[in-house]
Each structure stands twice: as C-alpha cells, then as structure tokens.
Design a protein around this ligand. Sequence first.
Ligand code: FDA
Length: 501
Amino acid sequence: SVTSLASSDGFVRCLLQKIPGELVLTPSSSSFADVLVSSIRNPMFFNNATARPLCIVTPVDASHVQAAVLCGRAEGVRLRARSGGHDYEGLSYRSARRGEVFAVVDLGARLRAVSVSGGGEATAWVESGASLGELYYTVAKSNPGLAFPAGVCPTIGVGGHLSGGGISMMSRKYGLAADNILDAKLVNANGELVDRAAMGEDLFWAIRGGGGESFGIVVSWKVRLVQVPTTVTVFVVGRNVDQGAADVVARWQDVAPSLPPELTIRVIVRGQRATFQSLYLGSCADLVPTMSSMFPELGMTSADCREMSWLQSAALIQFWNPSTPVEALLNRRTSLSTFTKAKSDYVRRAIPSDVWKNILPWFTMNGSGQMLLEPMGGFVGGVPAAATPYPHRSGVLYNIQYIAYWSGDGTAANRWISGLYAFMEPYVSSDPREAYVNFRDLDIGENAVAPNDVSTFESGKVWGEKYFAGNFERLAAVKAAMDPTDYFRNEQSIPPFVGPK
Ligand code: FDA
C-alpha cells in the first residue's frame, strides 16, 4: 500500500532534485510550525494529537505542484492540498487516519496572484492560494463596477471554496462561485498540468463543486466577474424572541427565496435574537418600496439603510464596523482562539411558525451556538441539478448552517449541536438529508479503504449522496477514469466507481 511503502527521506530527496530547497519545509525547518499554523482556522486540529505532515511544499508555480505529485507517487507519500485552510474538519493539513504518511502542498503560502482582464466579458485568472478578500480587493480596485460572487469570510481560500461551490450574498443574482468558473489549470494524478481543453468536460464538470482533493490539485482558475452598481445598500434589522422573532423568521422562509435576485436577506439566530442581514445591489430609494410591499413584517425603513460601494459592503458584512478600512479584507491572519463544529441542512418546505417557537429556545441552552440561514432561489435555484455537482437547486428555500463554538471544554457545545441536528430532522430535506460539502462534517460518514488500498464506493455513498445526491455516481465515474488507484484522497474524497456501467 502507499502507506507501507512510504519513504519520507526518499520523498524529500526527490523534491529537492526538482524544486528549490527553500520551498520544502521539513519539521526541522525554522518556519515549519509558522507556515503550518498560518491558515489553520480551527484549533481543534492543532494539538499534540494531530498528525503532522512529513513536510510542507510551498509552490511558487505549477511545476512545483507537479514535482510534489510525481515524487509523492514515486515514493508512496500522499498529498493534502491546502489553499485557505478553512476546512471545518481540517482535512487540508491533517489526516484523521492513524499512521497515514502525507505532505501538505500549501498553495496559500506563495501562489496567490490575481490578474483581471477587462474587454468584452470581464474575467480574472486567480491562483488557488489567494484568499477571497484578496480576490475581491484586486477586482474592485481594478474596476469598482466589478465583483465576484463568493463567500462572506475574506480569509477563505479560493482553492477549497471554488472546489465545493461557494455560497454568497450574491448567489441569488449570479449563482455559486463555482457557477462562474470558465477554465482551470489542474495537476492531475499523473503529474500533468491540464487546462479545460486538455482535461475534458467530465473532469471540468467534477472540479466545479465536487469538493476539493479528489481529482488533483487546482493551481488556478479563470472566473467570470460580475457587474455591481456603484452604490449598494446594506441593512441589519434584529428581532428578539419576545418581539415575535419566530413569526418573522417563519415569514422570511416564504419571502426571501422569491425576492428580486438583487436582494439577499440572510438570518443569524443566536441567543434570544434573530438578526436579518441584507445586501441589495441597488440604492436605498429602490429597496425600501420593495421591502414595504414584500416583507412589511420586518419593519425595515430607510433609516436602516447604509449605502456604499460593493467592496465596502464586503468589509462591512464581515467586520460590522464602518470605520474598518477595506484593506482589512487583505489580512490573512486567523485567530486560534475559538474551537468550532459545524453541520448543515437544506430546507425545501417552510417550517411552521409553531415549530420555530420550539427551535428558538435551543439558542438559550447551555453550550448553544448559532444558526445561519442563507436564502436560495433566483439564479442559484434555476441551474439544473446535474449541470454541476452541487445538487441543491430547484425547490430549495434555504441552507442552514449550525455552528457550535467553545474555548476550553467543548462537551456542552458538541452535545448542543448534535441535539439540535437530531431535533431538526423532521423539518429539513430527506432521502437524502442534504448537506453542503463546503461545510464539511465527518459525522455524516467517512470512506473505508478496501484491502486493495482504494476507497470503497459503498462507504462513499453514505456521505456522498448527502452532498451530491444524484451527481455522486457521476463524480465517482470521473474519479475512476482519472485516478483509478485513488492517489488523491482523504476521509471524504470521491471514491472510484468500479461497478457495472
Ligand atoms: P482548505 O485549504 O482547508 O481546503 C478545503 C478542501 O479543499 C480540503 O479537502 C483541501 O484538501 C481541498 N483543496 C484546497 N485547495 C485545493 C486545490 N487548490 N485543489 C484541490 N483541492 C484543494 N462557504 C460558503 O460557501 N460561503 C460562506 O460564506 C462561507 N463562510 C465560511 C466562514 C468560515 C469562518 C469558515 C471556516 C468557512 C466558511 N465557508 C463558507 C466554508 C468554506 O467555503 C470551505 O471551508 C472551503 O472549503 C474553504 O476553502 P479553503 O481553501 O480555505 O480550505
């Protein structure tokens, strides 16, 4: 097996023949620990029990990624690709499998260029290690009328985010981040660098939402940039439980997925309060009449409006401090103070207001965290379910993310999130109970590896159909064609489908 043949000395020696020594960090390198921790988001996976990589490769260009794959295959060492390190289960820099020998290819260290080209359709090539904040900043500085529809947190890496979809405050207008990928350069399991034309449409389909790690290492992406007006409007309106929060959230479920696509209102439930956060791609004067006619229950008025540029809105929605400069979007530093556990659901039938009255008390319990509701519909809901691997399209009202956090003992927080997830089962999608691959959750299943050292299709199906529904089998068929020996893998990578066609 790859593991038993692994030769760590051989791997490093092989690398040093192909790439500059300063790009290969072994545990004895002075910067090893700094680079390893640099993008770890969840301190749960930064303790003495966490298996360390045998080295970290910090590529400057695609040839260094190719060298890592060729040496890894020759010497029996697996690779974990890391872009922004935000994987909820830490799978980009740790292995949950005892004894697995692996190296980290850390794209976030040095592979972060963003180059924007105007002309007819505005596009950009972005390297996988760039953060979303770096992408937003570079695009908007080159032309304030342009943006990219991807996640809210600016330290997320482009590589992992685009691989799994990418839900944003503009998904209802422009789709997922992955719906806006035009081309990509990937190092495949043979160590070849291939673009869209060379990889073929099946693989190009799979890497736009099929989750990171399974098909190779994406070095860079060509994305379609989207138009935003000079002025956008942000508002935040909150309702406490004793101010009828349950009824307003219940009403939101019907309204938010069918609002004009320029208007996104998401909800954060925490403590005694539901907070409605909104981005409108237009002016306050246009927004207020829409809100009064379509969602009067929220009681939003022009006094709630804050008008600004799209780039400023990206900073405000993250930092909630109007005096924080947009340059804060470039800060890649993450804090290691908060431990987190997240889970996800999709809702296709509105949950009755009476049930919301029973859900909200969960947020005052010992160990309680928060729930984030992101409305779908609009463009994101209109894409056919098989057009990309992300299947949660037509008929989905909204996505739920449950987040537990703690610093110190996590027993109550973990008990809380699994209790709430169990409580929600009757009210969310079923057969399968859908989940979002970018909110990675190992509780829903992990691959088993067969004696031939290949992850089994049957074990993958358990979690895979939750993330990918009817697209899972096609992903597994692409995997079988591109990486039949399962070189690129982790605990939730797509297994090769070897059954009858
Ligand atoms: P990371 O580097 O950890 O990689 C994630 C996975 O992709 C790993 O399996 C990794 O091996 C693989 N991978 C990474 N780079 C690769 C590459 N170049 N080629 C192939 N595989 C690669 N999501 C969302 O849709 N909308 C949101 O608003 C948010 N908000 C959010 C906030 C916070 C605080 C967190 C921690 C997470 C989110 N997310 C999110 C989830 C986020 O989209 C998800 O964790 C992404 O996978 C993170 O991508 P990174 O590159 O940062 O992760």
